[in-house]
Design a protein around this ligand. Sequence first.
Ligand code: HEM
Length: 120
Amino acid sequence: MTGTLYERLGGRESISAVVEVFYERVLGDDRVNHFFENTDMSALRAHQTKFLASVTGGPVEYDGEDLSSAHAHLDIDGEEFEIIAHHLDAALADLDVPETEREEVVAAVAELEPAIVSAK
Ligand code: HEM
């Protein structure tokens, strides 16, 4: 298939649906939901949708905080990162995103790990 990953995923509406399912999964997981206790989830969903749209090549300018500053104070470790990355993959699968596109999203997200993980 041709086009940017953003287009192949189905554009902003599909990404927004993925983000919805992703945070439902995350908030249902007691290993990581404590991180989001004081978070304005509708603002986070909006930022995450923009962020994913921009990293997948969409015509969207992410204007949120840069990822290291957004996560530095959270003291996230590698295992917690894996849990969250898995929920993203599972959300993509729930919405029937084909494996090729899922792998591309997961690979793009894996590159962000050094910016997000700060726990020793
Ligand atoms: C898997 C890759 C990840 C991506 C792409 C990602 C992306 C983002 C984005 C775009 C924001 C919004 C920043 C802003 O509001 O300006 C954010 C905030 C946040 N992220 Fe992540 N994140 C990831 C992993 C994680 C992990 C592993 C955790 C915790 C285990 C986490 C916890 C949070 C929390 C709690 C906030 C909100 C902080 C607040 O309340 O302001 N994130 N993330």
